[in-house]
Design a protein around this ligand. Structure first.
Ligand code: SF4
Length: 395
């Protein structure tokens, strides 16, 4: 690895793509033979991811010979994490974890906290070890943390629209418990409707306990801890669903408590981050007449999964994890219902075809470029620099 290339922030890592930059801002799409490529107006690396990845590269450059750890995946993208593995960065938790994990960290090591933040007990343990900590937590992830502390100070239980096992929500839940507060996590509207039924005494306690057993704080007592609720959301959830959940809970509290009490028993604060909102809005404003819609990003990337949900009305929508997912007429993708990887045959129709594309906030542009090349190859077309330049509006 050379050090000179790090001097420019835009060149210090190789995730930029001149081709993708050319395609950005081309609302009519680019015609490559029989394929019309339509990129969403906003997609790919957000500010927080860009910053976190740059901070890891800087740590590697500034600490030759030192053992550098990532507490977990820096972001949910296999390519980026595997690049760090190749640089001999070690992982404490997650799919790339080194044997021994935490026990292997020494005082002289450097540990990077991912953009999602970290659980309080893990931060405490690192402080006990006395190693250097580089914290890449995104400021947009800190925002719900600040709101949580205010809810807890005022005696509210924190209702989180999020995924209990997502790193960001795990960190939020641990923050609540570290302050002896209480939380309840709902994944989606279906669970919110069940919760609201329980608040209105339409669902039995046993069903509530069974449904939320793994998603409430230790010692959670529904009698005590559902009186005052303050809502936040994981920053990368589907924004429209988060808003609908807040409205549903507010209406239910009004029905349960009456106008006077419900206003003091319920608080709401939207913590979806702007990058998530912009990428979802851009997917929703793509034309409806596309034949195929591809969303690129890690299978465990919440914001990528929600880009697929934002495109729910479209036929032929697929979530793929890397350019390797496309093998001619075969496409490997994540089935949103089962969460498993499945294979679609003949995914690209014959004849003229419009292919819409977006990418999660943790997806490098270079990966999207490689997907576009594979799409064209699968269609039997060649994507030349001239084709891109000819169709791209000049500024
Ligand atoms: S998706 Fe939002 S919260 Fe997550 S790193 Fe990017 S800007 Fe930060």
């Amino acid at each position: 690895m050379t050090t000179a290339s790090y001097d420019s922030p835009t060149e210090r890592y190789s995730y930029k793509s001149a081709m993708i930059d050319s395609l950005r801002g081309s609302p009519e799409g680019v015609q490559v033979g029989r394929v019309n490529l339509r990129l969403a107006e906003k997609f790919g690396f957000c500010w927080g991811v860009d910053r976190a990845v740059a901070m890891v590269w800087d740590a590697i450059r500034e600490n030759p010979g030192r053992t550098i750890w990532l507490l977990n995946q820096i972001i949910h993208n296999p390519k980026v994490n595997e690049d760090f593995l190749r640089e001999r960065v070690r992982f404490v938790f997650g799919p790339y974890a080194s044997e021994g994990g935490f026990d292997g960290i020494r005082q002289e090591d450097l540990v990077v906290i991912p953009a999602f933040s970290a659980e309080v007990e893990h931060m405490n343990r690192l402080q006990e070890i006395g190693c250097e900590i580089v914290d890449t937590t995104c400021p947009w992830v800190e925002k719900p943390h600040r709101r949580v502390l205010r809810y807890l100070e005022d005696g509210y239980t924190v209702l989180i629209h999020g995924l209990r096992n997502h790193d960001e929500t795990r960190a939020t839940c641990s923050l609540v418990e570290s302050k002896q507060g209480h939380f309840l996590v709902v994944n989606d509207m279906e669970e919110t409707e069940f919760l609201c039924g329980f608040l209105l005494k339409q669902e039995p306690l046993s069903a509530f306990q069974e449904k939320f057993a793994s998603r409430t704080s230790t010692g959670f007592d529904p009698e005590q801890h559902l009186v005052q609720l303050g809502i936040i959301n994981q920053t990368t959830m589907l924004a429209s669903e988060s808003r609908a959940i807040a409205v549903k809970v507010a209406k239910t509290m009004l029905e349960r408590d009456g106008a006077g009490k419900s206003s003091s028993n319920f608080r709401d604060f939207d913590t979806i981050c702007p990058a998530t909102q912009d990428n979802q809005d851009a997917v929703m404003s793509l034309p409806d007449d596309m034949d195929v819609f591809l969303v690129l990003g890690g299978y465990d990337s919440s914001n990528t999964r929600n880009l697929l949900r934002a495109a729910k009305s479209r036929h032929g929508s697929y979530h793929l994890q890397s350019p390797r997912a496309i093998e001619g007429n075969t496409l490997h993708h994540r089935d949103p219902q089962s969460g498993q990887e499945v294979v679609a045959a003949n995914w690209l129709p014959e004849g003229p075809v419009t292919v819409g594309l977006s990418a999660g906030a943790s997806t490098p542009d270079t990966e999207l470029e490689a997907v576009i090349r594979k799409v064209c190859e699968s269609a039997g077309e060649e994507l030349s620099a001239q084709a891109v330049a000819a169709d791209t509006p000049q500024s």
